[in-house]
Design a protein around this ligand. Sequence first.
Ligand code: AP5
Length: 216
Amino acid sequence: MIIILLGPPGCGKGTQAERLQESYGLVQLSTGDMLRAAVASGSDVGNKAKAIMEAGELVPDDVIIAMIAERIGAANGGNGFILDGFPRTQAQAEALDRMLEETDLKLDRVIRFEVDEDALIERITGRFSCASCGVGYHDKFKRPREDGVCDACGGREFSRRDDDKAETVAARLKAYHEQTAPILPYYQAQGRLAAVDGMAAIDDVTGQLKSLLGGV
Ligand code: AP5
């Protein structure tokens, strides 16, 4: 199964991709996570991407397409994958179609998260994650069971993303509207587009996704 989760920053793509990967045995391919790993490692790609990400803009298509092509090749052969944060431009969407065609793979669904954008700032600025295992939390919506201790690994250090400041979120939303939302009609025309209510509770959104994808 190959699915794309599509929606503005903070709509819940990463949260739901983590859950679907467990339930369906899929590999989560998050271009945002790949880029953050590249920045942390100080690689050429990371150095090129750092300032762009901190400004809330999109990293150039050629960099992203090369990065995802490598990961799709490596993920091929399993149960499939969830694309989280890719594609984000028309050029990326068309490149993905070519990559899938070349590897004899088929895109099943593109799932759009419908959200009230006023709520996204609160979601994004309240987000943090475990510095050891990367599991995500939120100050209000998803706190660890014990304050200051990661539920998954017991880690006691947490971090926040550099681009999760309120001023950067506005630029990220602008990039979504100008460059990413325009690819929705492309998938609508292919008959692959479906939607979930991203304002529902996290468990409810997972339920909606499972209804769309078939129960497990
Ligand atoms: P990326 O990492 O992809 O960030 P994003 O798309 O802005 O998405 P987020 O990770 O912020 O949000 P999300 O939708 O995953 O929400 P989450 O589940 O975390 O990209 C970062 C940057 O990298 C980009 O700005 C760009 O520069 C670059 N980049 C990446 N891909 C690129 C590409 N393809 N091309 C070019 N550049 C690229 O949820 C957010 C919070 O809300 C969490 O705390 C969560 O607990 C909470 N939450 C989630 N769902 C709910 C709910 N239903 N109710 C209440 N709270 C909820």
